[in-house]
Write a protein that binds this ligand. Structure first.
Ligand code: OAD
Length: 268
């Protein structure tokens, strides 16, 4: 019923935008942040999600910083896009979806074939110069070995090896991962584009987000009065009060049903 209504909305919509969070990658084996087995259950975000906290962990135990980095990277490296990512890519390819605004850094929307992806929190495969801000893409096999090198009890050796392993920008400075930590600003161009897309859409698909992290969570409320909002999530979120249609379920099961009712199948 809700799926049929969503299909009708997609067919009627002139501009549909998707807004995604960690839940869309759960079925790819990337645990959500706040769910069972989530990253912030194992590593306290008070320390691990912000630059000052990470520096404190580094002062106490540099090895813990290396273990955290390796856990995050390896989980994502081993993940493949699931049917939810492919469904959104298929909707985009067939002209039913204008863009996907994501809080995820895992690159899985792009790996599934989506082209118009607005990343609010960066991308794990990209680094940016701490001086001029120029961005560079890295391959998995360039990133993976770094963490083993950093597994040392010595703060001095950790710092020296981190600087040695860091990508150098053409301006001569070093690069840092292009991901947003708590307390840091979101990339201005992505945020502005996301605001514009949400304000101008008439259908918003909100998939797999708890809606508790700001400023990202302040975007769906910017949708216009006439915009219909469909949420896909196994549980109610902090943004569920905005939804016209709430589809309770896993994104990897719900989105392919929508796509197949439109007469397509997710590109896989
Ligand atoms: P959360 O971990 O806060 O929320 C994940 C959401 O996905 C929850 O609402 C789950 O119910 C839902 N979910 C779980 N499995 C699902 C499935 N198979 N299909 C659909 N939904 C599912 O993750 P986010 O909302 O993305 O920020 O968190 C937002 C931000 O908090 C992240 O981008 C990250 C984090 O701290 C930064 O690191 C800056």
């Amino acid at each position: 019923m809700q799926i049929d209504e969503t299909v009708d909305l997609l067919q009627e919509s002139e501009k549909t935008v998707a807004f995604t969070g960690a839940g869309i990658s759960a079925e790819s084996g990337v645990p959500t942040f706040r769910g069972e087995g989530g990253l912030w259950k194992e590593y306290s975000p008070t320390f691990y999600a912000n630059p000052i906290g990470l520096f404190l962990v580094f002062l106490i135990s540099p090895k813990k910083v290396a273990n955290f980095g390796q856990d995050v990277f390896e989980t994502i490296f081993n993940a493949k896009p699931n049917l939810a990512h492919s469904s959104l890519a298929e909707l985009e390819g067939k002209g039913f979806l204008s863009c996907t605004i994501t809080q995820n850094i895992d690159n899985l929307h792009q790996e599934a074939g989506a082209e118009n992806v607005i990343e609010l929190h960066g991308n794990i495969y990209r680094v940016k110069c701490i001086g001029c801000g120029k961005k560079y893409w890295l391959e998995k096999d360039e990133i993976a070995p770094i963490f083993d090198k950093l597994k040392t009890r010595s703060r001095f050796r950790f710092a020296k090896r981190a600087i040695e392993s860091a990508e150098r920008c053409e301006c001569g400075r070093i690069c840092r991962p292009d991901v947003v930590l708590f307390g840091e600003s979101l990339p201005k161009d992505s945020l502005e584009k996301a605001i514009q897309e949400i304000r101008s859409c008439d259908l918003l698909l909100m998939v797999g987000t708890s809606g508790v992290v700001y400023p990202a969570a302040s975007l769906p409320p910017l949708a216009g009065d006439g915009t219909k909002i469909v949420e896909v999530n196994p549980e109610a979120s902090s943004l569920s009060h905005l939804s016209d249609i709430f589809i309770q379920g896993n994104a990897g099961e719900v989105l392919p049903k929508i796509v197949s009712k439109l007469g397509f199948s997710p590109i896989f």
